[in-house]
Design a binder for this molecule. Sequence first.
Ligand code: FES
Length: 118
Amino acid sequence: MSTTHTITLASTREQFECREGETVLKAMSRLGRKGIPEGCYSGGCGVCEIRITAGQCRRGKMSREHITVEAEQAGAALACRVFPESDLTIEVTGKLHRNIHRGAPTFAELLLARSSSR
Ligand code: FES
């Protein structure tokens, strides 16, 4: 049985599952949004910048051109190099922000969906 962790987007409270050993970016790609970067997945291009606001994770090697030591200490990371070890709450920043939020339900829509499913 594989373990999964729940990733929450802080801005919309939208959630998706990330399997053990899978990167946040790979799991995020299952949201099906246009413009989620494909190709690099190696911490080199910097398009998948996020900020981790809660939870534990393991981080692979990331380009210091995109994530400085100070930024990393403040929670910044590249989603393609983040392997969750618990549920995470993240903010999508930089170039990825517009793409991941395009077509996303608003916070109000999520609340409405939750209340109508009860
Ligand atoms: S996809 Fe290039 S750094 Fe993450």
